[in-house]
Design a protein around this ligand. Sequence first.
Ligand code: ATP
Ligand code: MG
Length: 451
Amino acid sequence: MRLSRYFLPVLKETPSEAQIVSHRLMLRAGMIKQASAGIYSWLPLGFKVLRKLENIVHEEQMRVGHIPMLMPTLQSADLWRESGRYDDYGEEMLRITDRQGRDMLYGPTNEEMITDIFRAHVGSYKDLPLTLYHIQWKFRDEMRPRFGVMRGREFYMKDGYNFDLTKEDALHAYNRHLVSYLRTYERMGLQAIPMRADSGPIGGDDTHEFLVLAETGESEVFYDSEITDLKFGDRQVDPNSVEACRAVLDEFTSRYARTDETHDEALFNEIPEERRRVARGIEVGQIFYFGTKYSEAMGAKVQGPDGKPVPVHMGSHGIGVSRLVGAIIEASHDDKGIIWPEGVTPFHAGIVNLKQGDPEADGACESIYQALLALGLDPLYDDRNERAGGKFATMDLIGLPWRITVGPRGLKNGVVELTSRRTGESEELPPEAAIERLAQIYAPYRGSLVG
Ligand code: ATP
Ligand code: MG
C-alpha cells in the first residue's frame, strides 16, 4: 500500500476523552472512530489488525477440530425465555421490538441459539463429540463503556460451544479449548495466564479466565510468579488425546493464579513470599464447563448407547477478539506509539523515502516495494511529500515492527537502513539484503501473511 493513496487519519493531538494508552494510540493512529458510546467504526488500519486476530483465532480453532459457522446478531426473545435468561440477564441486554411487535434482542452471547440448532439436528450420541463456534459481533449495554474497544458495548467475540455425551468428554473439550487458547494468544505475541475464575450468570463448575497482565487491566489478580515462566511454544499437542490435553491443563494450572473473585488468601500465603504477586490483568478469554444447564432447560437430548435419551454436556468458550487489539497495545508500546508483534502487524514493514521526487530514491523505494510484494509481504510505502521527521513519527506511531529507510546519501554507498521498532536499532545494508532479512523474519508467519 502506498501511504499517499491510503486512508490513515492520524491525529496530532492526544484525544482528551481517552484514559488509557491503548485507547489513545488507537485514536491517534487512525485505527478507530467512536460512533456512539462504546460503539466504534474500525478504520482501515484497525480493521486490518482485527482481521489478523480473527484469522489466527480461526486457524487455531480449526487446528483442534472445532467447526466454524455463523449465527445472526439479532435473536428471538422466545429462545431466551426457554432458558430463563430473558428475565435474568437484566439491563445489559439490548431489547428490540420489530414491526410485528415481536420481542427481539441483540445477542450478548449464543448459548440458547446454538442449543436450539443442536436440538433441531442432532439426535444420537454417535454424532458426538461436536464443537461449533462463530466469530460475531455481540452487544452488551455495559453500564460504563470505557477504554475504547476494551470495554465496548458492541464488540467482536469468538464463542464456541461443545456438545458431549458425558461429563468426562466435556471436560476433555474444556482442556482442548485451553490448549488452543494458549497457542492462540502466543501467536498474537501475548502471554495470557489461565486463572481460576467465578462462573457468574452463565453458571457452571469449571471455568478459567485468560488474563494479560497490564497496569490498566480491570481485574485484580493474584499469582505465583513461576506461572509466568510457562510457555506453550510450538509444541504439538494431539487435540484428540485426553492425556495430552489434560497434561497441558495440569501444567498451566499448577501454580496459584486467581482473579479477585476466587482469590483465597490462605492458599496464596502458602506461596513463598518472594513469588507472590498482586497485579492487574485484562480478561481476553474465558472457558466454561456448565454441564446440562441449557440442554435440560431446552430439551437438547441425544439417544445414548442404551437407547435412552440423555441431555448433552456442554461448555462455552469465548475470546474477546476486538478487546485483544487494545490488550496487545497495552502490552506492547512505548512513548512514541504502538509496537506490533510480527504475528498481528497491519503491515509487515514501512518504507520511508527520505527524498520524495529524487529519481534515485524514488526508484530504489519502488523496487524494494515491488520486491516485498512479490514475496507475499505487505509493505506500507510512505511516498508522501513530507519531511523525514513527520514520516518517522507516523511510522513509530502506527507501530510497524520493521522500517526500511531510503535516502540519496545511503544509496550513494549502495545501502538502505533497516530499523527495528522494538529495539530502535538500525543496520545499514544493501537493499537486497534488507529484503532478504524481512523474508526470513516473516517466514514463521507464512499462512497468515495477507490481511
Ligand atoms: P467482563 O468480565 O470483562 O465483563 P465477561 O466475563 O462478561 O467479561 P465473557 O462472557 O466471558 O465476558 O466474554 C468472552 C470475552 O469477550 C471476554 O473474555 C472478553 O475478552 C470479551 N468481552 C466481554 N465483554 C466485553 C466488552 N464489553 N467489550 C469488549 N470485549 C468484551
Ligand atoms: Mg468472562
